[in-house]
Design a protein around this ligand. Structure first.
Ligand SMILES: Nc1nc2c(c(=O)[nH]1)N[C@H]1C(S)=C(S)[C@@H](COP(=O)(O)O)O[C@H]1N2
Ligand SMILES: [Mo]
Length: 408
């Protein structure tokens, strides 16, 4: 660091923090391959979304900076957007007449329901459900993985209202050979080819039949926003959010593993057995991702803030663990040398994220980081650094870290 920086010269505060972070990196305080969080830069934002960072504009993909995920229930303005194709035009539709077809090899009584039918025939349920893109955290992969370079913001936990998928499946009858429940949506493939689908994924019957798997028309008490699947979508919390089909038009009860767009090849799959970074993996050695792994975020304070030496600092965030619950959240202010248990709340319901808080204080002025680490109810912990490299860059559940600049 230069004297100019130390004396608070013309350089911005941000630059100062960045230099301090680089120093930490060069003096090997951080594990190899880990870039100080403060070095990540913010660029453009998406209108109608509160400070989300656009990763791609065709199709639209945008993620939420960690401190904007501080709400207990994620508002529409702060929910990440992940589109694989071109969303349907829904501005002037009559939502009540939106049609959902239920059929497939293992469906006894195929039927078509309007949204109004679904709303009048089945019991309504409201649940807070966490959705996280399978590729959240991809930006850290080395060798890099192609695709949206999500950092930590492709996750959210809004409240959803709809009917249970299982009630709908039972009304249509499932044969004994039902294996998978798949979706189709009204969005179109980027190529414009009407024969091709942007994405059509599914879940095994056991996940589809869980009480929390919903066919939803509302988010946080409002009709679904256009970008999030208006007027109807699936929400299967805890699994890669790619199974939660938007602009839902068809549910197929399949007698085999679904083979729709982005179900096969290397999509949403990881090597069945761990591989060395950069390895070439044959398609037949890739396994479908099911439950997402345990993970947590520090949502307050925002990374890079200044805080006074010795003064208590309230740190908080959320933690989640796919189909499991979170048993413990720990924080570290010394790069993982020591960890301290945070206060952890139970989830609002199964498959909702859990809030945690902790007071920390720093004895020494200068650049510091706060790390958070969650442990699930089976004792499985988040790793501190990128876990198993995989060709498409899924399932990075490494600990989240934020920077704080402590002033004397
Ligand atoms: N029809 C349809 N459903 C979809 C997608 C899509 O592109 N089309 N993207 C999926 C993926 S990959 C993710 S991560 C989530 C994102 O949901 P969100 O945009 O509401 O946050 O929607 C899933 N459902
Ligand atoms: Mo995704």
């Amino acid at each position: 660091m230069t004297d100019e920086t130390n004396s608070g010269g013309p350089r911005s505060r941000r630059r100062f923090i960045r230099d301090a972070a680089l120093l930490a990196l060069s003096s090997s305080l951080l594990p190899e391959g880990v870039i100080p969080v403060v070095l990540a830069d913010e660029d453009s934002v998406l209108p109608g979304k509160d400070g989300l960072k656009i990763l791609n504009d065709r199709p639209v993909n945008a993620e939420t900076p960690a401190h904007l995920l501080d709400d207990r229930v994620t508002p529409a303005s702060r929910l990440f957007v992940r589109n694989n194709g071109i969303p349907p035009e829904t501005t002037n539709i009559d939502a009540g007449h939106w049609e959902l077809r239920v059929d497939g090899e293992a469906c006894r009584q195929p039927a078509t329901f309007t949204l109004r039918d679904l709303q009048s025939r089945f019991e309504h349920h409201t649940l807070q459900l966490q959705i996280e893109c399978g590729g959240n955290g991809r930006a850290e992969f080395n060798p890099p993985a192609s695709g949206n370079q999500w950092s930590t913001g492709a996750v959210g936990c809004p409240q959803w209202t709809g009917i249970r998928l299982k009630d709908l499946l039972q009304a249509c009858g499932m044969t004994d050979d039902a294996v998978y429940v798949a979706y189709e949506g009204a969005d179109t493939h980027l190529s414009g080819d009407p024969q091709k689908q942007a994405i059509s994924r599914g879940v095994p019957v056991r996940k589809a039949l869980e009480d929390e798997s919903l066919v939803a028309w509302a988010m946080n008490g409002e009709p679904l926003p256009a970008l999030h699947g208006y007027p109807l979508r699936l929400v299967c919390g805890g699994w890669p959010a790619s199974v939660s089909g938007k602009w839902l038009t068809r549910i197929r009860i399949r007698d085999r593993e679904h083979d729709g767009a982005k179900m096969t090849g290397k999509s949403y799959r990881v090597p069945c057995e761990p591989v060395a970074p950069g390895a070439d993996v044959a398609d037949e050695d890739m396994c479908i991702i099911e439950s997402m792994p345990v993970k947590s975020l520090v949502t307050w304070p925002p990374s890079g803030i200044e805080h006074a030496q010795m003064k208590p600092l309230m740190v908080r965030g959320h933690a989640w663990a796919g189909d499991r619950s979170v048993a413990e959240v720990l924080t570290s202010t010394d790069y993982g040398a020591t960890w301290h248990a945070a206060e952890l709340e139970p989830p609002a319901n199964r498959l909702a994220w859990q809030h945690w808080t902790q007071d920390v204080a720093f004895l020494q002025a200068g650049y510091h980081e706060i790390w958070a680490r969650a442990i699930d109810d089976k004792g499985v912990s988040q790793p501190m650094v990128l876990p198993g490299w995989n060709p498409r860059g899924y399932l990075n559940n490494a600990c989240h870290r934020i920077a704080v600049m402590i002033t004397a």
